[in-house]
Ligand binder design. Structure first.
Ligand code: C5P
Length: 397
């Protein structure tokens, strides 16, 4: 499940030109299923109208520490209790310094001070301000107190100058939020390697032998491993999917390239999950020129079995493989688990309804070393990834 689902998030907007970008941020949070309430400082309202955020968040926008006349409404307390996360984005030099001192003269500072929730700060300002030792020291103090910082980035600033002070990328901020909100951090300190997608074997200068794997299952596994605190390297064959946030993506094309990358990274790694649909065979010879219509027969030879090779050197590291079997052959999968020295194998049949390469869901059976099997119902691939990491966490224990 998306870690944003049903989460109550307060977005505090302060007076930076990047305030307009907070609109996109609020939309993304809503898209992920979060409930959002926006708080704006007076300066923020000079840049963007509260109405924009009222429409985008679907909630009233909060601007005032004191409610309308005649009403005593301790908004800073009720908002502080409501929010499971406070995101100050963009955060000016002014708000960072105020927060570091515990000042509480307006609604945003007061509620942040009252809140028990996780606080994420996304600075956006001129590089001179950001680099000023006063601000550096105030930011450091906040970090030491447990505030999370995303950005600022390096690049062109509103002044036209190049420097550090740019508001972080929206994906980077969303990625951090997901990481912080995610409850199961059982891969902290673990180096995780995941392979995904297909490999390609050249036939001639223009043609390849490959399969239809999209990479979705492996990308989901990598994303969930990152949410759980793992240090993740995703080794991916050709795929059009966007790189998962916070994951070190290494692109490869052929089985040989994947083999080299897996060998290099697994040496330092703790867990390898081979979700890639690696080509099992390749043309015996690579034709230097494009094959003509006359040459219709093809001689094939097996590719190196990467997983098997890793099984030989795994020691007490954890190794998980996939078995793609049309006809759901449990016995064949069990044999593979033994032959390749795996801790767990994930059997799936791409011809089954709701399973396979180009769909968002999958139907899999998990098989352990001791012969236990666990068939899972049809689930979205992210959810399948969750279950697989739950089981790996059990093995880790
Ligand atoms: O033997 P089979 O190809 O069905 O095994 C599937 C498992 O082995 C998958 O985890 C796949 O990533 C891995 N594999 C591999 N190298 C190959 C072929 C498959 O690592 N050449």
């Amino acid at each position: 499940m998306d870690p944003l689902q049903n989460k109550r998030i307060i977005v505090g907007i302060t007076g930076s030109i990047a305030a307009y970008k907070a609109g996109e941020l609020v939309r993304e949070l809503k898209r992920g299923g979060a409930e959002v309430k926006v708080v704006m400082t007076e300066a923020a309202q000079e840049f963007v109208s509260p109405l924009t955020f009222q429409v985008l968040s679907g909630n009233p926008v909060y601007t005032n520490l004191f409610g309308p006349e005649g009403r005593w409404d301790p908004e800073h307390i009720s908002l502080a209790q409501w929010g499971e996360l406070v995101l100050v984005a963009p955060a000016t030099a002014d708000i960072i310094s105020k927060l570091s001192l515990g000042l509480a003269g307006d609604l945003l500072t007061a509620l942040t001070l009252a809140s028990q929730a996780t606080i994420i700060v996304c600075p956006a300002m001129n590089s001179g301000m950001w680099e000023n030792p006063i601000l550096q020291s105030n930011s450091k103090r906040l970090m030491e107190l447990g505030f999370h910082f995303v950005g600022p980035g390096y690049g062109e600033l509103a002044s036209g100058k190049i420097g550090k002070g740019r508001f972080a990328q929206i994906e980077e901020i969303i990625g951090k939020i997901k990481e912080v909100l995610y409850p199961k951090r059982n891969l902290l300190g673990k180096k995780v390697v995941v392979t995904a997608g297909r490999t390609e074997e050249d036939l001639d200068p223009v043609r390849v032998l490959t399969n239809r794997s999209s990479g979705r299952m492996g990308y989901s596994l990598a994303q969930v491993a990152n949410w759980r605190g793992g240090e993740v390297t995703l080794i991916s064959g050709p795929s059009i999917l966007p790189p998962p946030f916070g994951v070190n993506l290494q692109r490869v094309r052929t089985t040989q390239e994947m083999r080299e990358k897996v060998k290099d990274t697994f040496r330092e790694g703790d867990i390898l999950v081979m979700a890639a649909a690696v080509a099992d065979f390749k043309p015996q010879s690579l034709h230097q020129k494009k094959l003509s219509r006359g040459e219709l027969s093809l001689k094939l030879e097996p590719t190196p079995d990467i997983l098997k090779e890793m099984g030989e050197i795994k020691g007490d590291k954890i190794l998980v493989g996939f078995a793609l079997e049309t006809g759901n052959s449990l016995d064949r999968a069990k044999r593979k688990l033994e032959e390749k020295n795996l801790d767990l194998i994930v059997l799936n049949d791409p011809t089954q309804e709701g399973a396979g390469f180009e769909v968002e869901s999958n139907v899999v059976t998990l098989i352990w070393r001791d012969g236990r099997t666990e068939p899972l119902p049809k689930l979205p691939k992210l959810e399948v990834a969750e279950r697989i990491w739950d089981r790996i966490a059990e093995i880790l224990k």
